[in-house]
Design a binder for this molecule. Structure first.
Ligand SMILES: Cc1cc2nc3c(=O)[nH]c(=O)nc-3n(C[C@H](O)[C@H](O)[C@H](O)COP(=O)(O)OP(=O)(O)OC[C@H]3O[C@@H](n4cnc5c(N)ncnc54)[C@H](O)[C@@H]3O)c2cc1C
Length: 466
């Protein structure tokens, strides 16, 4: 390896993905620097509570939060999904842990520091340093003065701003697109306090701790305050659409009396990942690389999965004394896109066709356990795909035909779903054939672009029906 660098790895962004990546590299005795624009105390203050699948703690070797600490809210085994008007309850059995984000991030920070990761807080990434088409370092601003630091690999873990990736020239080898407003879901989370907390309400009771009303893209989730829950919702096109959707939801589904005690607004990306997540001296991961699960908007677990692949491959290259060029890093792309990346892409292509369905169609699917069944939700969470055995597929075809004959399910909905099932299947197949040889990449990208072209984006659909 030429020219000794200050660090093996520099990571921009101390979010859940950047810190975890730094921690894993440090465990392999790699020198890691994380640059974070927020102060140490405020790191992780971007959101209040969140949840993770309970299995992640074992899988990623992070101790689970301890009950009774500020970090822990609750652990629940069931999520209830309801169709329009709050009818046709479907229950998913899958363990989820609800936590407070900032406390979790602060614990991760400590774990990483103990492992030897260096942090510079209140430091903002400014620009890349490039030499012979390789990213070799970055410039950052600390208290108004500009500093330079070098590494064998620069990682963008800056979240949806993708501040490093979007600043890179083409020669690094990664798409530098920004996430556009129309590629975001606009989320409003209202903290609500129940006026009669002892009476039954969603958010309380067996199998009702976490409740989702899919048609309205609205949910009720645990909150750490007593007698409180999150009443949340997300819609494409702007926060005003979420407000309108909430009005429709509250007209259709009557909730017991509550008062709103706090409101948080945020966005999540709803977009395909860059076709390559590695470049010359570069890796992007997490929200900066649009790795979210499109059915939930969550990217932490999926990005940690990529972390394990990246750390293994990069450690191998460094041990061999090889430069971290895009070509040498290519196996990270191959391992990601041929597996999890293919599933994420297929879901992203498929979901709008289901999410944009009418009330009548969604009701039919919920009522007859088609696609929106507890088992289907579990399969999506667990395996990132729907699992149709032959027998079930046969039954579903029968139910679709029955729906058409009785006019309870529209032909338009069926043809849209079939159309996107086909597109999404083709996208998945194409990703599963991600080129192992970088010289076939351009050809692969050209076909991938054609496949993505007809994919529908998320629309605000509730208005079409009122
Ligand atoms: C309302 C809401 C609820 C969510 N709930 C969940 C959930 O329950 N479970 C789940 O898995 N996911 C959830 N998500 C998604 C989740 O928050 C993201 O997928 C996750 O935070 C991505 O992690 P990240 O590390 O890639 O980016 P981020 O968490 O965005 O972290 C990026 C870090 O980079 C820093 N940074 C940015 N720019 C610079 C710069 N110029 N210089 C230096 N540092 C910089 C930021 O300050 C930040 O600390 C939710 C998202 C929203 C909006």
């Amino acid at each position: 390896m030429e020219n000794k660098k200050d660090f093996d790895i520099i990571i921009v962004g101390a979010g859940p993905v950047g810190i975890y990546l730094g921690y894993r590299f440090s465990k392999m005795d790699r020198s890691v620097l994380i640059i974070e624009k927020d102060s140490k105390e405020s790191t992780g203050s971007k959101m209040d509570q969140f949840h993770l699948e309970s299995m992640v703690f074992d899988k990623y070797e992070i101790p689970p939060p301890e009950e009774g600490t500020d970090e822990f809210i609750t652990k629940f085994n069931y999520t209830s999904y309801f169709g329009p008007y709050g009818k046709y309850q479907q229950i998913m059995e899958y363990s989820i842990t609800a936590m407070r984000f900032q406390f979790f991030i602060q614990r991760l920070l400590l774990m990483a520091e103990k492992e030897g990761v260096e942090f510079i807080f209140s430091a903002e990434y400014k620009k890349p340093i490039i030499k012979d088409k390789m990213l070799t370092g970055i410039k950052y601003d600390l208290n108004g003065s500009i500093h330079t630091v070098s590494a064998n690999l620069i990682v963008d873990a800056s979240g949806s701003s993708a501040i490093v990736r979007t600043s890179l020239p083409e020669e690094i080898g990664v798409e530098n697109f920004r996430i556009l407003d129309e590629e975001k879901m606009y989320v409003i989370q209202r903290v609500i306090e129940w006026k009669n907390p002892d009476k039954p309400h969603p958010g309380k009771g067996k199998k009702l701790e976490s409740v989702s009303y899919l048609y309205y893209k609205t949910w009720i989730a645990p909150h750490f305050l007593p007698n409180a829950n999150i009443l949340g919702g997300g819609q494409p096109g702007g926060f005003e659409n979420q407000e309108k959707a909430m009005e429709t939801f509250l007209k259709d589904v009557s909730l017991p009396p509550y008062k709103i005690v706090d409101v948080h607004k945020a966005t999540t990306a709803y977009r395909r990942s860059p076709f390559s997540i590695v470049g010359n001296g570069f890796l992007c991961i997490g929200d900066s690389a649009c790795m979210s699960k499109s059915f939930s908007g969550e990217a932490i677990e999926s990005s940690w999965n990529v972390t394990l692949i990246a750390v293994e491959e990069i450690d191998k290259l460094l041990n061999e004394g090889l430069l971290l060029t895009q070509e040498n890093l290519w196996d990270i792309n191959v391992r990601f896109f041929r597996n999890q990346g293919a599933k994420l892409a297929a879901l992203l292509a498929q979901i709008p066709s289901a999410a944009n369905l009418t009330k009548k169609d969604v009701s039919y699917l919920f009522k007859h356990n088609i696609i929106f069944s507890g088992e289907d939700f579990k399969s999506m969470w667990e395996n990132l795909e729907l699992n149709f055995g032959f027998g079930r597929l046969f039954k579903i075809i029968g139910l679709f035909l029955g729906g058409l004959i009785t006019r309870k399910f529209t032909k338009k909905a069926l043809s849209t779903m079939l159309k996107y099932m086909k597109i999404s299947g083709a996208i998945r197949n194409h990703y599963e054939e991600y080129p192992t040889d970088i010289s076939n990449y351009d050809e692969w990208v050209s076909k991938a672009k054609d496949l993505w072209e007809p994919v529908e984006s998320m629309r605000y659909t509730l208005e079409d029906e009122s």
